[in-house]
Write a protein that binds this ligand. Structure first.
Ligand SMILES: Nc1ncnc2c1ncn2[C@@H]1O[C@H](COP(=O)(O)OP(=O)(O)O)[C@@H](O)[C@H]1O
Ligand SMILES: O=P(O)(O)OC[C@H]1O[C@](O)(COP(=O)(O)O)[C@@H](O)[C@@H]1O
Ligand SMILES: [Mg+2]
Length: 535
């Protein structure tokens, strides 16, 4: 059983290696490879003294290498942190385990390492310095040698919540096919229309046949909803229906919901694995490298940007505005801008902008129109919210999930620009405004997202079968890992204004940055960072 992996495991293995060097003396790539090379002797050394000499030399060499190993291992343990996920045996210690059915799988018959080693962990940061602490690690995702469910006793369910995102159907399909093909699980239920479906709808029977071609369609086969999370009703329902694996596909709100479901399941002592699969088109989920559907969204956004560009190229003083998703983070806008090269200005929530005066947006538009006769602006939905709210004297509403409803900045910005140029500059601009949000969200995922969704789904299935629970799956430093749910909900990812990626956008568009190093100091950003960006 591999549930107790912690930094102490590394200490134990290194000390056992050191206390019995003769039995476990094996070269380790990280430990002075030259020391081992120097242990080789020419074959003609035969005399007893030479043999003695060789033996003592060998033991001295061994000792040196062991000492080197000791200090190297101690150094390696420095600052090692494993942020582990819960396991069913933490609250059900007598749970029985079984051999993983994958052992008999024909597909995996010649795989070198079918099972992930219990010691495998994934480092959160892969860029480190020689003397920096080893840092945070997560458990590597994948099949384990032992499982905690008999396939014939599994009753799994899948639910999708929150907004649409390309790839949701692929994840559903691959959970069903993964459970069935790899673990021979037959009993899989679909919960319809999000969390409230647990207690207000009948379930849908899912099988590989039912979900066979759903990955070719956009949306979610199981439908979705916001709001309606009632923990007690949901867990009562899980219990009543005899469900023992719950796969929850959704964004930060959904993962918060999954965390409280897990807590309630634990409180009731139920043998139920709760697995979260992070979904967000905005790509703002912390810890993971990238969320599924994001690449598809960026690709589809190109079509809108291209259309705006074609339109403004064909008229006099053409101003194209494309509004893209991104409530609190400008990743889609930033990546779509970088990919397109037709964008003159990218506005994101992280970077406040202003319209009037020197260095403002109106000035910039005027200059670009003089220079090129047209321009394209990409604005993320969350950009300029404070500005627009103050301008329109609007109040903030919330959606059913409690998310703040944002003002539609696209039409607001279009109107502001039109008004300024006609009224102040006495100059007519040809405004072309495009909001492709729902066209982007509704498409099926592209090839690379499909593969990514497959890995996510399979990682979730392996994790649940292995008895892990209260976890989220996702790639960390390019390797799939099991992450404690709280780690992905405690904060959202945002574009770093002081990072090089945003600088690439600014240098490719040559737009004003709107933010000065002094603003960053006022906002509490470290002076060091400001020094960095001044370089
Ligand atoms: N803090 C929370 N605790 C429990 N459930 C939540 C929480 N926040 C959101 N939810 C539920 O998660 C679901 C999806 O949330 P929402 O914010 O709409 O989308 P997303 O998961 O994409 O962020 C909704 O059913 C909502 O009620
Ligand atoms: O109109 P809807 O369906 O409420 O969705 C709007 C929101 O959905 C998103 O596309 C994604 O939001 P979630 O990740 O919270 O589902 C946002 O960018 C957008 O603000
Ligand atoms: Mg959300």
């Amino acid at each position: 059983m591999d549930i107790s992996l912690s930094s102490s495991l590394f200490e134990i293995s290194s000390s056992s290696f050191l206390s019995s060097p003769s039995t476990s003396f094996s070269p380790q790539p990280s430990l002075e490879p030259n020391a081992f090379k120097s242990l080789c002797f020419p074959p003609n050394l035969r005399s007893r003294s030479r043999i003695f000499l060789r033996k003592s030399l060998l033991s001295r060499q061994k000792l040196r290498v062991i000492k080197a190993a000791q200090s190297s291992k101690q150094a390696q343990n420095d600052g090692f942190v494993l942020e582990d996920v819960p396991h069913l045996t933490h609250f059900l210690p007598d749970l029985q385990s079984y051999p993983n059915p994958l052992q008999k799988s024909q597909a995996y018959a010649i795989v070198k390492n079918t099972f992930v080693s219990p010691e495998d962990v994934v480092a959160q940061n892969i860029v480190i310095q020689k003397d920096s602490p080893r840092g945070i690690h997560f458990r590597r995702a994948g099949p384990r040698e032992k499982v905690y469910f008999k396939p014939e006793e599994v009753r799994a369910c899948i639910v999708t919540c929150g907004g649409l995102c390309p790839g949701m159907n692929t994840v559903i399909r691959e959970i069903v096919c993964g459970l069935n093909y790899m673990y021979d699980v037959q009993d899989i239920l679909g919960i319809e229309e999000g969390y409230r479906g647990f207690y207000s709808k009948n379930t849908l029977k899912l099988s590989p046949k039912v979900v066979d071609d759903i990955h070719k369609r956009g949306g979610t086969f199981l439908r979705t909803s916001r709001g309606g999370h009632d923990t007690h009703k949901i867990v009562d329902n899980i219990q009543d229906r005899g469900i023992n694996q719950v796969y929850i596909i959704g964004g930060d709100g959904t993962q918060r919901g999954a965390a409280v479901i897990y807590e309630e399941v634990k409180k009731r002592g139920l043998q139920v694995s709760v697995a979260g699969i992070p979904k967000t088109i905005d790509n703002d989920i912390a810890v993971i490298d990238k969320s599924f559907g994001f690449d598809t969204a960026v690709e589809e956004a190109q079509r809108a940007i291209n259309a705006a560009h074609v339109e403004v190229l064909s008229v006099e003083n053409g101003v194209g505005i494309v509004k893209l998703m991104g409530r609190y983070s400008g990743f889609i806008a930033m990546h779509a801008t970088l990919a397109s090269r037709d964008v003159d200005c990218c506005l994101i929530p992280e970077s406040p902008f202003y319209l009037e005066g020197k260095g403002g947006l109106f000035n910039f538009i005027e200059e670009r129109l003089k220079e090129n006769g047209h321009l394209v602006i990409v604005i993320a939905e969350g950009a300029g919210q404070e500005y627009a709210t103050a301008d329109l004297n609007a109040s903030a509403d919330k959606d059913a999930s409690g998310n703040q409803l944002l003002l539609d900045v696209g039409p607001w910005l279009s109107q502001k620009i039109k008004d300024y140029f006609t009224k102040v500059k006495k100059m007519a601009v040809n405004m072309k405004y495009i909001d492709p949000t729902y066209m982007i969200r509704a498409i099926p995922s592209n090839a690379s997202d499909n593969i990514y969704c497959t890995l996510l789904a399979h990682s979730a299935v392996h994790g649940a079968m292995a008895g892990y629970t209260g976890f989220t799956v996702g790639p960390v430093s390019s390797r799939h890992a099991y992450i404690p749910i709280a780690r992905v909900t405690e904060r959202q990812n945002t574009v770093e204004l002081t990072g090089r990626m945003w600088a690439r956008v600014l240098s490719s568009t040559n737009q004003p940055s709107f933010v000065t190093p002094q603003d960053l100091i006022q906002d509490g950003v470290q002076k060091e960072t400001v020094k960095e960006i001044n370089k």
